[in-house]
Write a protein that binds this ligand. Structure first.
Ligand SMILES: Cc1cc2nc3c(=O)[nH]c(=O)nc-3n(C[C@H](O)[C@H](O)[C@H](O)COP(=O)(O)OP(=O)(O)OC[C@H]3O[C@@H](n4cnc5c(N)ncnc54)[C@H](O)[C@@H]3O)c2cc1C
Length: 463
């Protein structure tokens, strides 16, 4: 990428020379932790150095140094990504945003928060709760950073009601590859002023600029919630009822599916007994978990009754209203599904999205693909969004590649896409490039080179 004459020591010296003390880690300090994220199949890569900026000005200075050297820079939040996006390019540096971790403002009149990128979702949740507000992007990994979630356009369980990250990002401060600092958007919900750069950077996975501040929209925190657990004979039946629920006029906060194998594993691990009779368990191969919320208990109860009646009349084996502690524990256990699958030997995870009306068809195709390639494919997902997370158990890399390809092709064929929320990064780059139109990819590449002409931001990610 950059001239052979420049050694690692020269690179470290160039950054150290321009930044305050303590901002550059090199050698062992820049090792293991910064060489990977949580992706399954991306080879870790140690960076030449890790830059730990404490201000936007320092990010800008570091980008100017990188530009002069032609040195690749890969931003990193908490390293919880599932697409290998924060893994540095060979010979490049990691720009870790962990020290830029202040919540600068919670504005209760405009219902927005102004945050630095290193703030984690759990920190923002704790802070906003003291104001009776919430940042409704709630993903399975609460240690993820705001910068990382903006860069991947993270979704999570509550997207069915509140939408994904891009629906909540109102403005950004971004450092470009050149070191220039720009601000987009603001504390306003309506804008019609030229191209929407805020949305362009959201989901760009560190390839167009480094997010150094974000203005995000908050919502009032609701006081009451209620959770239904609904077992079904088969997954296609469970998926088939989702559009009925979402168009019923009741807006569920969470609408997840969990297949019986995954449910068994996560409840056993959490020591959780949900009260489902053995006779029902024996016939059940998938569950829906439906969470309702509101500010009036009676209204939540009414919604719960309406949804219970609807699912009971549509093939559900039974309907269970979970007691308050069990519902929290079940959602926590669901968050751990990823780790359970990994611990049980899963070889990859696929994050595919289809229109929710196509979920049943997609799940039928998943069974057929699983059989065709003699591979175990199980999972859970954000059913309300048509977003399926499938764990693939297939140690043979070549066969696994074919399984993933078949799943993605089927999803696209049904009107879906290669990734709903984990992003492309390095893990899904080949699939993304092969399965997306050449004109679209070419346009993305032209956007990339307009914003980062030297190609130093996160090379190897996305396009
Ligand atoms: C157990 C588990 C559960 C998960 N559940 C969900 C889920 O429900 N929904 C979901 O959407 N995801 C989920 N994820 C994936 C992951 O948590 C998200 O992708 C998250 O957005 C990554 O945030 P991070 O701070 O760890 O980013 P990182 O992994 O550090 O980086 C992710 C990407 O963002 C870029 N980036 C990071 N910071 C910046 C910045 N400041 N400016 C520009 N680019 C930047 C990186 O270069 C990289 O491309 C889960 C992961 C795990 C391990």
């Amino acid at each position: 990428m950059y001239p052979d004459s420049i050694s690692s020591a020269d690179i470290v010296a160039a950054f150290t020379g321009k930044l305050p003390e303590g901002r550059v880690l090199a050698g062992n300090l820049a090792g293991i932790d910064y060489s990977h994220d949580e992706a399954y199949a991306v080879t870790p890569q140690a960076p030449v150095a890790v830059i730990l900026p404490r201000s936007t000005a320092e990010v800008s200075t570091a980008m100017k140094v990188a530009g002069e050297l032609g040195c690749p820079v890969t931003p990193r939040g908490s390293g919880t990504g599932l697409a290998g996006g924060c893994i540095p390019a060979p010979g490049g540096v990691v720009m870790s945003m962990e020290k830029m971790s202040s919540i600068l403002e919670v504005d209760t009149e405009n219902n927005v928060a102004v945050v630095q990128p290193g703030v984690t979702l759990s920190e923002l949740d704790e802070m906003t709760s003291s104001y009776g507000l919430a940042y409704p992007v709630v993903i399975g990994e609460k240690g993820a950073s705001l910068g990382g979630t903006v860069a991947t356009n993270a979704g999570g369980m509550q997207a069915v009601k509140y939408g994904v990250t891009r629906n909540h990002v109102l403005g950004l401060e971004v450092v470009l590859g050149s070191g220039e600092v720009i601000r987009t958007g603001g504390k306003v919900f309506k804008r019609s002023s030229g191209y929407d750069l805020t949305q362009l950077f959201t989901g760009s996975e560190g390839t167009l600029g480094i997010v150094t501040e974000a203005i995000v929209r908050l919502v009032p925190r609701m006081r009451y919630r209620s959770t239904l657990l609904v077992p079904f004979n088969d997954l296609t039946e469970a998926a088939g009822i989702v559009p009925l629920i979402t168009s019923s006029g009741v807006a569920p906060l969470v609408l997840e599916y969990i297949d019986a194998l995954s449910m068994d594993a996560i409840t056993k691990d959490a020591g959780l007994e949900l009260g489902v009779e053995d006779s029902v368990k024996a016939r059940c191969s998938a569950y829906l978990v439906i969470v309702l919320e509101g500010n009036r208990e009676a209204l939540v109860d009414q919604d719960m009754e309406d949804i219970s009646g609807m699912v009971a009349g549509s093939g559900a084996l039974d309907v269970y209203v979970l007691p308050p502690t069990a519902d929290t524990k079940l959602l926590e256990a669901r968050d751990k599904a990823h780790w359970m699958a990994k611990a049980n030997g899963a070889d990859d995870i696929v994050d595919v999205v289809v229109p929710r009306s196509m979920m049943s068809k997609f799940m039928e195709a998943v069974s057929a693909i699983s059989e065709q390639f003699s591979s175990l494919v199980v999972g859970c997902g954000h059913a309300g969004d048509g977003n399926v997370h499938l764990s693939i158990f297939q140690p043979d890399e070549r066969v696994r590649h074919d399984v993933v390809r078949a799943l993605l092709r089927t999803g696209i064929g049904l009107g879906g896409d290669v990734s709903a929320e984990h992003g492309i990064g390095k893990a899904k780059r080949e699939d993304f490039l092969d399965l997306t139109g050449t004109v679209e990819i070419d346009l993305m590449r032209r956007i990339k080179s307009a914003l980062d002409p030297k190609g130093i931001l996160s090379p190897g990610n996305v396009v």
